[in-house]
Design a protein around this ligand. Structure first.
Ligand code: F6P
Length: 475
């Protein structure tokens, strides 16, 4: 059940389907990433509207009609309202300011952040365009829920453009940096003021919320009530809170239990007969620590050669932001690393790393999670990380082990029932792998049951209810 009476308008950079008209026919391609995984089930169940970019350059007027998705027997479904971007706008707003300035900065990769006036000019322009598009869809009674770092300036822009008292809430899916890191951004004040257009700003952890408030205090010189996590600004009260996001536990659990998974069991067997399988899945992104993980895999076989031919690493990297220089270089480096590790350790038909560079359908992914003995998450920084949650939800036999980076938001909730590692410490990761492979079944079961209980109880619907109820409660 998801609470709330008002019509819900979700706004994010991308809608959950990339939508294009080809030869007179509308084609949909599911978008990837945590935001879609988390929010699509909420809107399917509750209904409403999702406003965002169609995922391609250009826009045909024909796509502005009613596009309804996610509707089936027990689901409301919801409508998509699309925004078009030109190639130049994508280059500067999306590839540029969002993903070469804010993304690295917010993840603590300051030396990889590029600051460029054109990038920012386009960012502001497109954030204003989103505000205008929202205004076309509302009469003022709706609850407008804006998402993520691509749209930090849309809330204030929307409020300035409307004469009504709008209800605007926001959720940041990535970390919010501390004051010393955030102040590096030449447009730090503009970003903060943009976010202060909201009534409630949600973050993955309370630490992120605290960082945001501290920036408001130190950069904008605002009076912040840290005890109640509130700011008074332009006659309004704005709250900042941590709301750790989750997934649809039942959906993943059901997918993993379905008969369909059986046909994929063979895929796993083909990887290495009776070898134990370690799975890693993510968008190909430098924040995910894929290079560092591959180095740890090399270290593992060097340090513990008794596992040669007994373990296989299944690395699934989903193509993402493939036009950005840093991602192109990373892809090349990963290809080389996989090649060199496989070259060094392969024996007969056995190779230590099986590498897929593609997105897999959820049913197949659920099966791969189900039949994998260990899930290895080594993000160098991650707002939350939903992969560990997906893995545990699919581990219906309850005997898998999650190795989890302590630098993820997820580690606050899942850390006590996983093996926590510092992803930069290759020896620690190699040792954790050995420990997981040798862990007694009863211990594995106890930890996995703990993980599954946490995720079942704090599933995505509970998260949405908490967020929306928090906003609606009288203060
Ligand atoms: O979770 C962070 C995020 O940037 C989301 O906002 C986005 O949906 C996802 O990752 C995928 O990123 P992109 O839309 O750039 O492919």
């Amino acid at each position: 059940m998801i609470s709330g009476k008002e019509k819900l308008i979700v706004v994010s950079n991308r809608v959950p389907y990339n939508v294009k008209k080809v030869k007179g026919e509308i084609r949909y391609k599911k978008s990837v990433g945590g935001l879609v995984t988390a929010l699509d089930p909420i809107l399917c169940r509750r209904g409403g509207q999702w406003i965002g970019w169609n995922g391609y350059s250009g826009y045909s007027r024909e796509l502005s009609g009613e596009l309804v998705v996610g509707k089936d027997c027990d689901q409301e479904g919801y409508s998509l309202k699309l925004i078009g971007l030109s190639a130049k706008e994508i280059k500067n707003y999306y590839h540029g300011f969002a993903n070469r300035s804010l993304w690295p900065l917010f993840h603590g990769f300051i030396s990889q952040s590029y600051f460029n006036k054109d990038y920012f000019w386009f960012y502001r322009k497109i954030n204003n365009r989103f505000a205008n598009r929202i205004l076309e869809e509302i009469n003022g009674d709706e609850l407008i829920w804006i998402h993520d770092y691509q749209l930090c300036m849309t809330p204030a822009s929307l409020r300035e453009r409307s004469k009504k008292k709008l209800k605007i809430i926001f959720f940041l899916h990535i970390p919010f940096p501390n004051f010393e890191a955030f102040r590096v951004l030449p447009w730090d004040r503009e970003i903060l003021k943009g976010l202060l257009g909201n009534d409630l700003v949600g973050f993955q952890t309370s630490r992120d919320a605290y960082n945001f408030l501290e920036c408001c205090k130190n950069i904008l010189d605002l009076d912040v009530d840290f005890k109640n996590m509130k700011i008074h600004y332009k006659g309004r009260k704005i709250e900042a809170r941590g709301f750790p996001i989750s997934i649809d536990f039942d959906r993943f659990n059901t997918l993993a239990k379905s008969r369909e998974t059986v046909k994929y069991r063979k895929n796993i067997k083909d990887l290495g007969g009776d070898a134990k399988v370690v799975i890693s899945v993510e968008r190909l992104d430098y924040t995910k620590g894929i290079k560092e993980r591959l180095k740890a895999v090399g270290r593992f076989f060097t340090k513990y050669p008794e596992y040669l031919k007994k373990v296989v690493f299944l690395q699934i990297s989903v193509p993402s932001r493939t036009k950005i220089k840093e991602y192109i270089e990373l892809k090349r480096e990963i290809d080389e690393l996989v090649g060199s590790i496989n070259g060094k350790f392969s024996d007969g038909l056995w190779s230590p790393i099986q590498y897929l560079f593609k997105a897999l359908p959820q049913q197949q992914l659920a099966a791969l999670y189900k039949y994998s003995d260990i899930c290895l998450v080594t993000s160098l920084r991650d707002g939350m990380n939903l992969i560990g949650k997906e893995y545990a939800s699919c581990n219906v036999s309850q005997d898998g082990v999650l190795i989890l980076s302590e630098l993820t938001g997820a580690s606050y909730e899942l850390g006590s029932n996983s093996l926590m590692v510092n992803p930069y410490d290759t020896d620690e990761v190699a040792d954790a792998l050995k420990k997981a492979l040798n862990m007694h079944r009863a211990t594995r079961k106890k930890m996995m049951q703990g993980l599954r209980k946490t995720i079942r109880e704090n599933n995505i619907y509970v998260w949405a209810d908490n967020f929306l109820d928090y906003y609606s409660k009288p203060s």
